[in-house]
Design a protein around this ligand. Sequence first.
Ligand code: ZN
Length: 263
Amino acid sequence: MRIGAHVDPTDPLTEATARAADAVQFFLADPQGWKAPQPREDAERLRATGIDIYVHAPYVVNVATGNNRIRIPSRKLLLAHARAAAAIGAKGLVVHGGHVNAGDDPATGFDNWRKALAYAAESGGFGLPVLIENTAGGENACARRLDALARLWDAVGDHEVGFCLDTCHAHAGGEELLGLVDRVKAITGRIDLVHANNSKDGFGSGRDRHDNLRGGTIDPELVVAVIRAAGAPVIVETPGGAEGQSGDIAFLRGQLAGETSAA
Ligand SMILES: [Zn+2]
């Protein structure tokens, strides 16, 4: 099983080495901004590395919204990040499920996702798998609760799209981790990546604050069970830099190898 971490984008391969990681995830531009990603000088090294690379799209991307001043730039930015991620040999581009505004019909959000994927297909395709990630908060989210996820997948199922399951977001979003992988796969048919994070906040809180795997409000064994059931590569998006994340990766490797928890 490939296990890695979300790292600073400056020198991701050095960050991977510092964590003994098999995989890294990073941003290609400011996650809070609308700037298109620039070509990377280390593109050839990244393409040639044995480390699996994932790219996370900026948080501002929301292809579901009914606000066209956000929606249209979002789908363009998503396509630009997909192309830039493909250029460095990334295995997937992770993007949050997005949401509609309060008072808007959730159905428009699912249909806007379908339109965004159709737009990408008409524009020549993303060039790599795009993985929609479940989110923790909001009452109008497309991929917080599984009933919404089912409606989203009904809308986008004709397009090639994958799924990224975040354990912090599921827990804080109000979905029980026990048996979650089976319930998700019954909808999506696939889990391409697991974001293994604990949560500083409680079940159903709707808050998105990641914690190290042995901290937080989630029983770490439940996170391990999700990873086992998903059988997908794992990225920790946990605090504490190289030290904190190395500890989380080592903990997962130990648990998955069958060691009993020292906790
Ligand atoms: Zn995540």
